[in-house]
Design a protein around this ligand. Structure first.
Ligand SMILES: Cc1cc2nc3c(=O)[nH]c(=O)nc-3n(C[C@H](O)[C@H](O)[C@H](O)COP(=O)(O)OP(=O)(O)OC[C@H]3O[C@@H](n4cnc5c(N)ncnc54)[C@H](O)[C@@H]3O)c2cc1C
Length: 408
C-alpha cells in the first residue's frame, strides 16, 4: 500500500505540467467558442488524441497510479482549462471505467479501443444509467433487459436521459433491470455496439453550463445485442442474482438500492473536476483584484476583497485535500467508514459553486459578462452539485454511514 502523500513525485509533476500546458494552450483558448456553439469540440478531442491525452493508455495509467493521485491531478488540470471541453475529453473514460471494472478481459480488449477510436478518427463513448423517473433513486429504473435464450441475445427497451455523449457515442454502456424484484441488485450493464438498430438519440439538452459537452436522451427500442455484450458474462450475473435473492429472502424484504454506496470510489474524481474549475476562477479573480484600481488603489487592498480571496483559496486547498485523501483510500482499498468519497465530492462541488460566484463578484460588471471567463466558470460549476449524486444525496450517504444505517 502506498503511503498517503501530499507531494506529487517527479513523474507525476511532469505529467501535471504537460497536462497544464495542454489545458492552457489548447483547451482554455477554445473554451468560449465551444461554450457558445454548444457542440462537441471534435477538433480539441482530436488534438488530445494526437498527444496521447485522449486514450485508454493515459487514463489507465492515471487510474492505476498506486498513490491514487493520478486521476485527481489529471482532472484538476483539464477542468482548470475548461469544464465543458474537459468533460468531452474524459466522458469516454467514465464509460470505459464501467467496462474496466465489470467486463471480462475479452470485453475490455474488444470494446474499449472502439470507445476511443484513434487520432485520425476519434470516437466517444457514453454511460447511460439515469432515466426520466430514476435520477437519485436509481432503484426505480425501468429500462428492461430480457434474455432471449434461443438466440443468446439480450433485448433492451427503455429511455435513458442525461447521457453525456448519448446518441453520438460509438459505444454505449447501458444499465438495465434484469430482475425487478431485487432493486438495484437486479441491474446489469450492457455494451451496445456501434450502429445497433433500435438505439437512437432523443432530445439533446440545451444547458446552463458545460455546454461544449453533449448531453442527450437515449431511446432503446427493441435493441438486440449478443449475449457476449452483458458485462462480466451470464454466469457471473446468475451467481450474483442468486446471492441477492438469497439475501432478500433472509432479510424478508425487497433488496433496497445499494448503488449509492458503490459510487464512493468514483466520486473524488468529480471533486477534482470541481477543484479545477474553482482554482481557475480563483486565479482570474486574484489577478484581477491585484490590477483593478478603484479609489486610487488596487481593489485587493480592501479587506472585503482580500478576505474573500483568502476564503476562496482556503476552501480550494481543503477540497483538494479531501479529494486526494479519498482517492488514496480508493486505490488502496481502504473502507470508506465515514463516506469519505462522498465527503470529498460534496465539499469540492459546493466550494466550486461558491468560489466561482465570489470570482464573479470580485470582477464586478466584467465578471457578469462573457468577456471574462468567470461567468462561464460560474455556470459550469453548477453541474458538480448535481451529477454523480446531488449534494443532498452525498449528505444522505454520509449521514447514513455515520449513523450505521443502510444506504438506500
Ligand atoms: C449535464 C449532465 C450530465 C449527466 N451525465 C450523465 C451520464 O453521463 N450518465 C448518467 O447516467 N447520468 C448523467 N447525468 C444524470 C445525473 O446523474 C442526475 O441528474 C442526478 O443523479 C440527479 O438526478 P435527477 O436529475 O433525476 O434529480 P432528482 O433525483 O429528481 O433530484 C431533484 C432534487 O431532489 C433532491 N432529492 C432527491 N432525492 C432526495 C432525498 N432522498 N433526500 C434529499 N433530497 C433529495 C435532489 O438532491 C435534487 O436537489 C447527468 C446530468 C447532467 C445534468
Amino acid at each position: 500500500m502506498a503511503e498517503f502523500t501530499m507531494e506529487l513525485n517527479d513523474e507525476q509533476k511532469e505529467v501535471r505540467d504537460w497536462l497544464h500546458g495542454f489545458a492552457a494552450d489548447v483547451i482554455r483558448p477554445a473554451a468560449a467558442e465551444w461554450d457558445e456553439r454548444e457542440e462537441t469540440p471534435w477538433p480539441v478531442i482530436q488534438e488530445a488524441a494526437k498527444v496521447g491525452i485522449y486514450s485508454l493508455d493515459f487514463y489507465a495509467q492515471q487510474y492505476f497510479d498506486p498513490t491514487g493521485l493520478g486521476i485527481p491531478m489529471a482532472m484538476e488540470e483539464l477542468f482548470w482549462g475548461d469544464a465543458g471541453i474537459a468533460l468531452s475529453i474524459v466522458g469516454t473514460g467514465l464509460a470505459a471505467v464501467g467496462v474496466l471494472a465489470n467486463g471480462t478481459e475479452e470485453q475490455i480488449g474488444t470494446w474499449i479501443p472502439q470507445m476511443y477510436g484513434d487520432a485520425s478518427d476519434v470516437k466517444v463513448a457514453a454511460f447511460c444509467s439515469s432515466e426520466p423517473d430514476a435520477g437519485s433513486d436509481v432503484a426505480s429504473m425501468r429500462t428492461r433487459a430480457v434474455y432471449d435464450e434461443a438466440k443468446d441475445e439480450w433485448v433492451l427497451n427503455g429511455t435513458k436521459t442525461w447521457a453525456t455523449n448519448g446518441g453520438i457515442a460509438n459505444v454505449h454502456v447501458v444499465v438495465a433491470v434484469v430482475d425487478a424484484e431485487l432493486g438495484s441488485k437486479g441491474h446489469a450493464s450492457f455494451i451496445i455496439p456501434p450502429n445497433t438498430p433500435g438505439l437512437s438519440q432523443g432530445q439533446k439538452f440545451k444547458k446552463h453550463g458545460i455546454r461544449a459537452s453533449h448531453t442527450a436522451e437515449v431511446i432503446l427500442d427493441n435493441v438486440r445485442v449478443p449475449g457476449s455484450c452483458l458485462l462480466g458474462g451470464k454466469e457471473k450475473l446468475d451467481a450474483r442474482l442468486a446471492r441477492a435473492r438469497e439475501k432478500a429472502k433472509k432479510g424478508g424484504e425487497r433488496v433496497k438500492n445499494a448503488a449509492m454506496a458503490t459510487f464512493e470510489a468514483s466520486r473524488p474524481a468529480v471533486g477534482a473536476m470541481a477543484v479545477g474549475t474553482a482554482r481557475a476562477a480563483y486565479e482570474v479573480a486574484l489577478d484581477y483584484a491585484r490590477t483593478r484600481e478603484q479609489f486610487g488603489r488596487p481593489i485587493i487592498d480592501n479587506q472585503g476583497v482580500a478576505f474573500q480571496l483568502a476564503d476562496m483559496r482556503t476552501s480550494i486547498d481543503a477540497a483538494r485535500l479531501l479529494v486526494w485523501r479519498a482517492s488514496w483510500m480508493a486505490i488502496n482499498g481502504k473502507p470508506f467508514t465515514a463516506a469519505e468519497g462522498s465527503m470529498s465530492k460534496l465539499f469540492a462541488s459546493e466550494t466550486a459553486k461558491k468560489v466561482t460566484a465570489q470570482a464573479v463578484q470580485i470582477l464586478g460588471g466584467n465578471g457578469y459578462t462573457r468577456e471574462y471567463p468567470v461567468e462561464r466558470m460560474h455556470r459550469d460549476s453548477a453541474i458538480y452539485t448535481i451529477f454523480e449524486g446531488t449534494s443532498e444525496i452525498q449528505r444522505l450517504v454520509i449521514a447514513r454511514t455515520l449513523a450505521g444505517m443502510p444506504i438506500r
